[in-house]
Design a protein around this ligand. Structure first.
Ligand code: NAD
Ligand code: UGA
Length: 466
């Protein structure tokens, strides 16, 4: 009975807080889960028919649990007061000012969540750091809580990083490879770990629930993202060698990945990785290493970021060079703007780099993405703005709700996101409505290039020379 957690609160109703709590509510009918956010707009969306984020399968889970044992609320105070266990799942962006600008993680939202808890709590709480944070961040949370502690209230702080990927969040949460829980190595710490573990044991086999000390848990999250991104930068670096030599990066990736020690996953060469976390977390790791006086380690991981920047700009330059070194006033279709398929998220999407480079060169863009909101695309291309003024950018960009309308009269298609629907489009019809010579730049290597060439397209891609 001491192992029973009845009420859970999650601060932060974002890409992590929303899906994580929805799955938790689905799998734990005996637990009441309340997700709170200070953005009333976000909470209203979670309570509406159109959820604030697109994730395959999410709608169903939310519909089943919402207002049964899953609640979305702006009443942070009540949710904190009533909860036995509180997840902090707020954003931890890269700092854009002051010390560590452009690299360190900005912990102001984590800190404000901790301060709210300290102010409001009237009973013991287990506080779980779900956000991705620097190593030893739990220490800061502990300091804040303890410095503001009411007499008789006990706090236990746990680290429980999230490993879900966008576009597959529900699947990743339901069938997690592992759940990681870090806690203090004291009897009370162990008890807190057990309580959180008990929640996950509702649907995750116990052998897949890993417990470590707090600092290992925090570092493992940064390490996992650094390793994943490193694989992409490694294969992308070789894609440049392939283009220069006539090797084919897909063949290389397959040959290398069949070695079971290496494995086949995450070896897909691309226009570059995007998303809100890889770059942010590696920059944070680099910053931490520098602070620890480990410059060689910092330089090692920095290369993963540098290679990704190189890949994005290399692909953009290739487009311009192929189009006779000028795209000024040429219309170019952009297929896909999200940072990967099956999400409407555009944070750090390589499409932004590609589009901005083309806009700076004077191109006109016709953009189509099945899930990204038009306002989001305009916002991404105007904040911060390229050399052009926001007004000029808006004039140069047209957003379409249909791929066939996005290609009418354009000189080239640039594929930035690997949406399945791009594979099965009628490319004969598309070719007919485009300017000639018609170009396709496949930044994701998903199209049938031979077929496209037969139709008459000039095809360029990553890691293969035509
Ligand atoms: P997000 O920006 O989508 O959501 C964060 C939410 O927290 C926002 O809605 C914001 O309004 C809210 N918030 C911030 N401060 C608050 C406060 N003091 N009180 C109440 N609400 C507050 O971010 P996200 O993508 O869900 O990421 C959250 C964390 O999880 C980050 O640390 C990220 O690195 C990590 N993470 C993200 C992913 C992912 O796929 N997006 C995966 C694993 C880990
Ligand atoms: C990533 C990790 O996969 C998650 O485990 C982690 O929890 C999450 O970051 C996080 O901490 O936020 P996510 O960024 O949502 O998840 O998506 P990924 O599938 O990792 O893709 C990231 C980027 O890499 C995308 O732009 C994708 O297109 C690109 N990518 C991925 C490649 O270019 N090649 C590949 O082989 C794989």
């Amino acid at each position: 009975d001491t192992l029973t957690v009845m009420k859970v609160c999650c601060i932060g109703a974002g890409y992590v807080g929303g899906p994580t709590c929805a799955v938790m509510a689905l799998k734990c009918p005996d637990i009441q889960v309340t997700v709170v956010d200070r953005s009333s707009e976000r909470i209203a969306q979670w309570n509406s028919e159109k959820l604030p984020i697109y994730e395959p399968g999410l709608d169903d889970v939310v519909k089943k649990c919402r207002n049964v044992n899953l609640f979305f609320s702006t009443d942070i105070e009540t949710a904190i007061k009533e909860a036995d266990l509180i997840f902090i799942s707020v954003n931890t962006p890269t700092k854009n000012f002051g010390n560590g600008k452009g690299r360190a993680a900005d912990l102001k939202y984590v800190e404000s969540a901790a301060r709210m808890i300290a102010e409001i709590a009237q009973s013991n709480k287990i506080v779980v750091e779900k956000s991705t944070v620097p190593v030893r961040a739990a220490e800061s949370i502990m300091h804040i809580l303890h410095a503001n502690q009411r007499p008789g209230i006990r706090y236990d702080i746990l680290s429980n990083p999230e490993f879900l990927a966008e576009g597959t969040a529900i699947e990743d949460l339901v069938h997690a490879d592992r759940v990681l829980i870090g806690g203090e190595e004291t009897p009370e710490g162990h008890k807190a770990v057990e309580k959180l573990s008990w929640i996950y044991e509702h649907w995750i086999p116990k052998k897949n629930i890993l417990t470590t000390n707090t600092w290992s848990s925090e570092l493992s999250k940064l390490a996992a993202n650094a390793f994943l991104a490193q694989r992409i930068s490694s294969i992308n670096s070789l894609s440049a060698v392939c283009e220069a030599t006539g090797a084919d990066v897909s063949e290389v990736a397959r040959a290398v990945g069949l070695d079971s020690r290496i494995g086949a996953k995450f070896l897909q060469a691309s226009v570059g990785f995007g998303g809100s976390c890889f770059q942010k977390d590696i920059l944070n790791l680099v910053y931490i290493c520098e602070g620890l006086n480990l410059p060689e380690v910092a330089a090692y991981w920095q290369q993963v970021i540098d290679m990704n920047e190189y890949q994005k700009s290399r692909f953009s330059q290739k487009i311009i060079e192929s189009l006779f070194n000028t795209v000024s006033d040429k219309r170019i279709s952009i297929f896909g703007f999200a940072f990967k398929k099956n999400t409407g998220d555009t944070r750090e999407t390589p499409a932004i780099t590609v589009c901005k480079t083309l806009l700076e060169e004077g191109a006109k863009l016709d953009i189509y993405d099945p899930k990204v909101e038009p306002e989001q695309i305009i916002d991404d291309l105007t904040h911060p703005c390229v050399t052009e003024s926001p007004e000029n950018v808006k004039k140069a960009v047209q957003i379409h709700s249909d791929p066939y309308s996005a290609v009418r009269g354009t000189h080239a298609i640039v594929l930035c996101t690997e949406w399945d629907e791009f594979v099965t489009l009628d490319y004969k019809r598309i070719y007919q409505s485009m300017m000639k010579p018609a170009y396709i730049f496949d930044g994701r290597k998903i199209l049938d290039h031979e077929n496209l060439q037969q139709i008459g397209f000039h095809v360029q891609t990553i890691g293969k020379r035509y």
